[in-house]
Ligand binder design. Structure first.
Ligand SMILES: [Zn+2]
Length: 204
């Protein structure tokens, strides 16, 4: 038997009592399984779902009325290995993000951005676009389309060239499409057909 099922033997104990006495939408955060914090929520959702947050905690959502706590726990048990892998991925990513780019890496990135900007602004016929490098933790790039100014994150210095190119095309595309709606996606598909795969690679 694997960890989640052991932690909730036939889903008895505190969670069951809690769920039985709670309103339709409720949250139970008192569990730790294998040293992993588990939050169980009952929500107005369609399907049972599970996600691992940045802090490494696992969040299980059980649809109100459509599934029982036992079904939710069985789902969690079936996905337990996935939870552990997702946590390992997050931990590895956090470690990489904490590393600062060296001066040499930043100089290389600046040269690459200069090259890509010239190539893409020419190709897309976008004039007067300024760019700079900046320390940003949560975003790869920011486009101020009013001032036609783009900031790129220093941490791009640690990304492969194709991914840097994706970010350049992404930010330049915001000059025409300000959000990430259908118009933005259509432009990206036309400009850089592989952009979805590159974005996945950048996030990995
Ligand atoms: Zn964007």
């Amino acid at each position: 038997m694997n960890a989640p099922l052991q932690a909730f033997p036939d889903t008895a104990g505190a969670p069951r009592a809690f769920f039985a006495s709670s309103p339709l939408e409720c949250r139970y955060g008192g569990n730790s399984i294998d040293g992993i914090a588990v939050v169980i929520e009952r929500k107005r959702v369609k399907n049972i779902s599970l996600r691992v947050k940045r802090d490494g905690s696992a969040h299980l959502s059980i649809p109100a009325r459509r599934a029982t706590l036992a079904q939710g726990v069985a789902f969690l048990a079936a996905k337990w290995e996935w939870v552990k892998k997702a946590r390992a991925r997050i931990a590895a990513h956090a470690g990489a993000a904490e590393r600062e780019a060296s001066a040499e890496e930043l100089a290389r990135l600046a040269a690459l951005l200069a090259e890509l900007h010239t190539a893409w602004t020419t190709k897309l016929d976008e004039r007067g676009v300024e760019w700079k490098l900046r320390r940003m933790k949560t975003r790869w790039g920011v486009c101020n389309w009013v001032k036609r100014r783009i900031s790129y994150a220093n941490m791009l210095a640690l990304a492969p060239r194709e991914c840097v190119e994706y970010v350049v095309v992404h930010e330049l595309t915001h000059l025409r499409a300000h959000n990430h709606g259908p118009a933005f996606k259509a432009l990206m598909d036309a400009r850089l057909p592989a952009w979805r795969a590159l974005r996945r690679r950048l996030k990995a």
